[in-house]
Design a protein around this ligand. Structure first.
Ligand code: HEM
Ligand code: HEM
Length: 164
């Protein structure tokens, strides 16, 4: 990483919003996976349904895209929050971002361990971790809205408009 960038590239922005959409799909349409998992746990499993296949495919796509995204972040870096903002806010934002990256890895990994090795404990971990992901995303969205409407900074715009 040569110097701190002033914004996000087209690729970083595309990955942020594509991953957001895929995670939204996982939270909105998980009933199919839950039904199949219940059957697996009760030994009445009769093969995967379209809902379960969709959940696995979309979840693994999130994992693959997050690995690419982390690679880009480690190579290029991320823009800093505006200089004039309190240090505590900047630290909270940075910690939140790293926690989000961590959860975007461990949520699909725990799901994959549960599914591919039929591991009940990993299934329970997956359930707890996805709730944590949802809570941290809510904090993150609140932060983005505060930046936009209270602090009136350009932070929201930079996740919409690419910088070179
Ligand atoms: C970012 C990716 C993922 C998200 C956000 C996500 C989210 C969810 C949600 C919301 C549920 C319903 C839990 C409940 O309320 O009972 C669930 C269940 C499940 N998911 Fe995922 N999932 C992801 C990736 C994956 C992957 C990649 C796999 C497997 C390869 C997987 C396997 C499972 C299984 C087996 C269940 C049923 C067990 C349980 O309830 O924990 N998930 N997931
Ligand atoms: C699943 C949902 C989401 C996840 C997992 C997520 C994750 C992340 C992560 C990890 C970053 C840090 C990027 C980096 O510096 O490497 C980021 C940045 C950002 N996100 Fe999200 N995000 C989500 C949804 C949203 C939503 C709904 C909004 C808007 C309301 C939003 C607005 C932003 C903004 C404005 C930034 C740039 C922050 C900055 O430049 O300091 N995100 N997001």
């Amino acid at each position: 990483m040569s110097r701190t960038p002033t914004g996000y590239t087209r690729l970083q922005i595309a990955l942020h919003w594509i991953i957001f959409l895929l995670i939204a799909v996982q939270f909105l349409f998980h009933d199919g996976m839950e039904d199949v998992w219940r059957a697996v746990m009760r030994d009445t499993y009769a093969g995967p349904t379209a809902g379960a296949i969709l959940h696995v495919a979309v979840g693994l796509a999130v994992l693959a895209l997050v690995v690419i995204r982390l690679g880009v972040k480690l190579k290029r870096g991320s823009p800093r929050l505006p200089e004039n903002e309190p240090a505590l806010l900047k630290t909270t934002a940075s910690v939140t971002h790293w926690v989000l990256y961590g959860l975007m890895v461990v949520v699909p990994v725990s799901g994959a361990v549960a599914w591919f090795t039929v591991n009940e404990g990993a299934g329970e971990a997956h359930e707890v971790l996805k709730t944590l992901l949802m809570l941290v995303v809510l904090l993150h969205v609140a932060g983005a809205l505060v930046q936009r409407f209270v602090l009136k900074s350009d932070v929201m715009t930079r996740m919409l408009r690419p910088s070179p």
